[in-house]
Write a new protein. Structure first.
Length: 64
């Protein structure tokens, strides 16, 4: 069974005037992507990501 929380509101899914079905699908897809949780930006997390050793750096025999 589904609950009321499983459905998007009708206002979000309603087609805008002059909008084609492809444009509507793209708009809904972008809205779904924007609604996803984003990874943290800046601060300690970004410094840790930048400080990682490159994959080839630990194998000096792989480079000439």
């Amino acid at each position: 069974m589904s609950t009321d929380d499983d459905h998007t509101p009708a206002a979000e899914t309603a087609a805008l005037p002059g909008e084609t079905p492809v444009q509507r699908a793209l708009r809904l897809k972008k809205a779904a992507i924007d609604a996803r949780p984003k990874p943290p930006r800046g601060g300690r997390f970004q410094r840790e990501q930048a400080a990682r050793i490159k994959s080839g750096a630990s194998r000096p025999w792989m480079s000439k």
